[in-house]
Design a protein around this ligand. Structure first.
Ligand code: NOJ
Length: 580
C-alpha cells in the first residue's frame, strides 16, 4: 500500500500568469459582446520553454540561452507570440531554478546577461514577447538574504524569512511538498531555530509581511521590466501570505493543505501593492500559478476592477488525468464550469500540461503509436479552441511522450527522488510507487526536446542531464517539419486559425451534446460567427449529436486528411466547423 502521496499538480502547479500594466477596463457585459476589451495577452498563444531541456549550445548537456537563440526561428515558425520561460536566474538547482540565489543574474549553466539581452532582442525582433517566472514565495537557502538571516537572531535580514525559535519548543506541524519527511520546519543549529519551507529545505519561504521583502521583490520586477520583458508568471504565489502565529491545524489538514495555505488574508493586499508599484506602470502581463480554493478566489485574483493580476491558472483541469484513465464527462464538466466563472468578467488560461506534469499525449491522449499523432492533435485542438489564453508546453507540438523511466537512477526531479525516499522510509510498496511515478513524474515532461535523429536527439553533443526519450528517432522536429500532416504542422495551422479568428479567443462558449460520454462538443460564437468544435476522446469511432445542422458547415481544420462531414468521428478525430 502506498501512502497517499500529495502531488504537486493541482496544487502548486496551478500558476498565475500575471500581465502587468494593463489598465484593464472591465467589460460591462459578456465579453463576447465587448470586443473593445481586447488585450494582447488575451489574444496570445503562450509557448512555454523549459530552458534546461530545450537546446544545449555548448555541449555541457544542459540547455541554455544560446540554445534558445539558435531556435528562435523555429519558435517564430510556430506562430506563437509569447514565450514563458522557466526560471533562468542564478540557482544551486535544487529544484531546477525554482530556488533562486540571485534574482538579478543568470544561472551559470544557462549563460550570461549578454546572452539574455540577445535572446530578448531576438524574440522582440520576431514579434514574440517574453514572460519570466517570478519565484518569490521562497528563495534559495543560498541567497544572500537567507545566509544573513540564518547567521544571527539579530540580523537585519532575520525577518525576511519565517523563523521559530526553538526555545519556544517545536512549532505546530506544517506540510512540505518536497521534503523527505514532508516536514516544512527545518531546524538550524546556528541560531537554535526552525525555518519554514513549504517546498524543499533549500527553498525557505520569504516573509511577505515584511515591507522590506515586498520592496525587494518590486525592485527586482522593475529591474527585469526595465530590461524590456513583457510579463511575469508568479510561482506558487497563492501561498505567499501566511498566518505567522502558526496555529495548530486540524488533524489530516495535509490532505487538503491548499485550503490552509492558499489565499490567506493579506494576499490580495500584496497583489494590489505589486500592481500599484510595478504592474500598473508598464504594459506587461501577469499570471499567477494557482487560483485559490474556490471560483470566488480565482475570480477575485483577476477581476480587472480589483487591480491585481491579469490571469491565473487553476489546476482542476490538469489534475483530471489519472493512471487508470478519466471520465470525459468529468473533463467536460470541469472546463465548462471554469469557463462560466469568467464569462462576464476576468480572464482564464487554458492548459493541459507544463513542466510540472507528465506529457500531454501520455496523460490525456493515447501514446500508442497507432493513436499518438491523432490524439495529440485532438488535445491541441481543444487547447486552441477554448476561451482563455492557451499555454502550450514545448515538445507537445511534436506529440512527445512520457519517458516512463523504470529505474529510480534515471530520475532527476527532487520531488520525485525525495518522495521515493519517503515511501521507502514508510515501507510502501515500491513497485507500485515506481509504476505511478512512470506515469506521473515531472521528469516525463522534462526530457530533452527531440530535434532530430542524431545522437541525443540533436539536443546536445555532450551527455544530457536527463536521458533522452528512446523514441527520438521516430518523434522529432526534423521529421515532422517535412510532413504536412505531422502534429507539428497541425499545431502551426491551428495556431494560425486561432489568431485569424477572434471568435476562438473571445467567442461565447456553449457546451452541446452534454451527456455524450465520449465526445466533447461545443460552440464558440461572436457577432455573426459561429464555430462548432467536435472532439472524439476515444480510440473508436463515435458520433456527436450536436443537434446542429451541419449540411452547410465548412470544415476549417480536421486532424484527419479526410474530415468528417456528418458528425461521425473517427478515433480521436477533432474537427472545427464554421457554421455561420
Ligand atoms: C511551482 C513550479 O511550477 C514548480 O516547478 C516548482 O517546483 C514549485 N512551484 C516550487 O517553486
Amino acid at each position: 500500500m502506498i501512502m497517499k502521496k500529495i502531488t504537486l499538480s493541482g496544487v502548486i502547479i496551478a500558476g498565475i500568469l500575471l500581465v502587468s500594466g494593463l489598465s484593464c477596463r472591465a467589460p460591462k457585459n459578456d465579453q463576447t459582446k465587448d470586443m473593445t476589451d481586447r488585450k494582447w495577452w488575451k489574444e496570445a498563444v503562450v509557448y512555454q520553454i523549459y530552458p534546461r531541456s530545450f537546446m544545449d549550445s555548448d555541449g555541457d548537456g544542459i540547455g541554455d540561452l544560446k540554445g534558445i537563440i539558435s531556435k528562435l526561428d523555429y519558435i517564430q515558425s510556430l506562430g506563437v507570440n509569447v514565450v514563458w520561460l522557466n526560471p533562468i536566474y542564478s540557482s544551486p538547482n535544487d529544484d531546477n531554478g525554482y530556488d533562486v540565489s540571485d534574482y538579478r543574474n543568470i544561472m551559470k549553466d544557462f549563460g550570461t546577461m549578454a546572452d539574455f539581452d540577445a535572446m530578448l532582442k531576438g524574440m522582440h525582433e520576431r514579434g514574440i514577447k517574453l514572460v519570466m517566472d517570478l519565484v518569490v514565495n521562497h528563495s534559495s537557502d543560498e541567497h544572500e538574504w537567507f545566509k544573513q538571516s540564518r547567521s544571527s537572531r539579530n540580523s537585519p535580514y532575520r525577518n525576511y524569512y519565517h523563523w521559530w525559535n526553538a526555545d519556544k519548543g517545536k512549532p505546530s506541524p506544517r506540510y512540505s511538498l518536497f521534503d523527505v519527511n514532508h516536514d516544512a520546519w527545518m531546524y538550524d543549529s546556528t541560531t537554535n531555530a526552525y525555518y519554514l519551507h513549504y517546498f524543499s529545505r533549500k527553498q525557505p519561504d520569504l516573509n511577505w509581511e515584511n515591507p522590506k521583502v515586498r520592496q525587494e521583490v518590486f525592485d527586482i520586477m522593475k529591474f527585469w521590466v526595465d530590461k524590456g520583458i513583457d510579463g511575469f508568471r508568479l510561482d506558487a504565489f497563492q501561498f505567499a501570505a501566511k498566518d505567522t502565529t502558526f496555529p495548530v491545524l486540524p488533524q489530516g489538514y495535509e490532505k487538503e493543505f491548499t485550503k490552509y495555505y492558499a489565499m490567506q488574508p493579506g494576499l490580495h493586499e500584496y497583489l494590489k501593492e505589486m500592481n500599484k508599484e510595478v504592474l500598473s506602470k508598464y504594459d506587461v502581463m501577469s499570471v499567477a500559478e494557482g487560483a485559490g480554493n474556490s471560483f470566488k478566489d480565482a475570480h477575485e485574483l483577476v477581476d480587472a476592477d480589483r487591480n491585481e493580476l491579469n490571469m491565473a491558472y487553476a489546476f482542476e483541469g490538469v489534475d483530471i488525468a489519472k493512471p487508470e484513465g478519466y471520465s470525459v464527462l468529468h473533463f467536460k464538466e470541469v472546463f465548462s464550469k471554469w469557463d462560466s466563472v469568467f464569462a462576464q468578467k476576468g480572464w482564464l488560461s487554458i492548459f493541459l500540461a507544463n513542466h510540472d506534469q507528465a506529457r500531454l499525449v501520455s496523460r490525456f491522449g493515447n501514446d500508442d503509436p497507432k493513436f499518438r499523432e491523432v490524439s495529440s492533435k485532438m488535445l491541441t485542438t481543444f487547447i486552441m479552441t477554448m476561451r482563455g489564453t492557451p499555454y502550450y508546453y514545448n515538445g507537445d507540438e511534436l506529440g512527445m511522450t512520457n519517458a516512463g523511466f523504470t529505474d529510480i537512477k534515471d530520475y532527476r526531479d527532487k520531488a520525485t527522488l525525495n518522495e521515493y525516499q519517503h515511501q521507502k522510509n514508510i515501507g510502501a510498496n515500491m513497485a507500485e510507487f515506481m509504476k505511478q511515478t512512470a506515469f506521473s513524474s515531472r521528469d516525463n515532461g522534462r526530457t530533452p526536446f527531440q530535434w532530430n535523429s542524431n545522437a541525443n536527439a540533436g539536443f546536445t553533443i555532450g551527455t544530457p542531464w536527463i536521458k533522452v526519450n528512446n523514441n527520438y528517432k521516430t518523434i522529432n522536429e526534423a521529421i515532422q517539419d517535412k510532413d504536412p500532416n505531422s502534429p507539428l504542422n497541425y499545431f502551426r495551422r491551428i495556431v494560425k486559425l486561432r489568431k485569424d479568428n477572434p471568435v476562438l479567443v473571445y467567442g461565447k462558449y456553449t457546451l452541446v451534446d452534454k451527456s455524450n460520454p465520449d465526445v466533447y462538443a461545443y460552440t464558440r460564437e461572436l457577432d455573426s460567427r459561429k464555430f462548432l468544435i467536435l472532439l472524439n476522446f476515444r480510440s473508436e469511432a463515435r458520433t456527436a449529436n450536436s443537434g446542429l445542422d451541419l449540411s452547410k458547415a465548412k470544415v476549417l481544420i480536421d486532424n484527419y486528411t479526410e474530415p468528417t462531414t456528418d458528425g461521425k468521428l473517427k478515433p480521436f478525430e477533432a474537427v472545427v466547423y464554421q457554421l455561420e
